[in-house]
Write a protein that binds this ligand. Structure first.
Ligand SMILES: [Zn+2]
Length: 343
């Protein structure tokens, strides 16, 4: 089948390759429709590795996907051919200790699309467990289906924050993850969401969503938060930038007794102001992907509580997938999510 294959850092091509995939009793075969390009896909393309995950063999990229079921295994009762679906890209060993504890995203044996050596989904068809394949309601489009993956990260963050109605949240970073976190925080009950970045067009999108944008080139985040909270501080700070300076200052806008959630991934270990955390008795949470957030992400999009469509800023056909990655590696400031359409 045709697939977008990463051979090594910087070398990407659409190849005709054989992928050995048998349809197990609980699996479905899916014709892939739309795939979002994630920062991790771009990083593998530009660097050939993320930390200890190194591309040693040619690997198909892509993990944010929707499609149409074309075949089902004999034990599948929840899906049928023709169903429009989105797919959760990480499949754990369901008998693992982590899975039994309900933290299957932390299963050391999890197989996650486009994480070496596992092939991703930028290809004509994939075989996937029905358990990790979710039907899209009629009013949810394929590109929205592909966005359920990052939105699930946002829901994981808002859930770990234990957002309460009326909370004020700060989101540091206005990329896809920052924006889906802001959307999840608001859907979870935050009354005010303040979002910071240095890129004007992204902050404009945040403002269109009704969030309060803070351009760090022009304003001091701590001062804005003080002004907006009568000097008290934000109940929750979501760190979604991975920027070392943002992490160093993460407790600045936080209220006493507040919560910080770390979502962004700094490339290197970074400094953290422990005394600033202690002075507030801050609760600290971390997020690694998500566990069982897809059904909730779909419910929020279907109900209209979350609109992810404005996040899709750029579209490419699969034939131009290499071009799409070249663009995504050096995007214009207005770009949030680039998607590739296979059908
Ligand atoms: Zn992703």
């Amino acid at each position: 089948m045709k697939a977008l294959v990463l051979h090594e850092a910087g070398r990407l091509s659409i190849d005709d390759i054989e992928i050995e995939e048998t349809l197990g009793p609980g699996d479905v075969r899916i014709a892939v429709h739309t795939v979002g390009i994630c920062g991790s896909d771009v990083h593998y393309y530009t660097h050939g590795r993320i930390g200890n995950f190194i591309v040693r063999e040619p690997m198909v990229l892509g993990h944010e996907a929707s499609g149409t079921v074309i075949e089902t295994g004999p034990d599948v009762t929840t899906l049928k051919p023709g169903d429009r679906v989105c797919m959760e890209p990480g499949v754990p060993d369901l008998g693992s200790r982590a899975a039994l504890l309900g933290i299957y995203n932390l299963d050391p044996a999890v197989r996650f699309w486009a994480t070496p050596p596992v092939h991703g989904c930028l290809r004509e068809t994939v075989v996937h467990p029905a358990r990790f394949t979710f039907r899209l309601p009629d009013n949810v489009a394929y590109d929205e289906g592909a966005l359920m993956e990052p939105l699930s990260v946002g829901l994981q963050a808002a859930t770990k924050a234990r957002v309460r109605p009326g909370d004020t949240a700060v989101v540091s970073g206005c990329g896809t993850i920052g924006l889906v976190t802001a959307l999840a925080a608001r859907a979870g009950g935050c009354g005010k969401v303040i979002i910071s970045d240095v890129i004007g067009p992204k902050l404009k999108l945040a403002a269109d969503y009704g969030f309060l944008p803070v351009n760090l080139k022009e304003e001091n985040l701590d001062e804005v938060v003080k002004r907006e909270t009568d000097g008290w501080g934000a109940d929750v700070v979501f760190e979604a930038s991975g920027n070392d300076r943002a992490v160093a200052g993460v407790f600045g806008p936080l209220c006493p007794g507040g919560t910080v959630v770390f979502i962004g991934m700094p490339v290197e270990p970074v400094a953290l102001d422990i005394v600033a955390a202690q002075a507030r008795e801050a609760r600290m949470e971390t997020v690694f992907r998500y566990a069982h957030r897809y059904p909730r992400a779909i419910a929020l999009v279907a109900s209209g509580a979350v609109d992810v469509r404005p996040l899709v800023t750029d579209r490419y056909r699969f034939e131009d997938a290499v071009k799409a990655f070249e663009y995504a590696a050096h995007p214009e400031p207005r770009t949030v999510k680039t998607v590739i359409e296979l059908q």
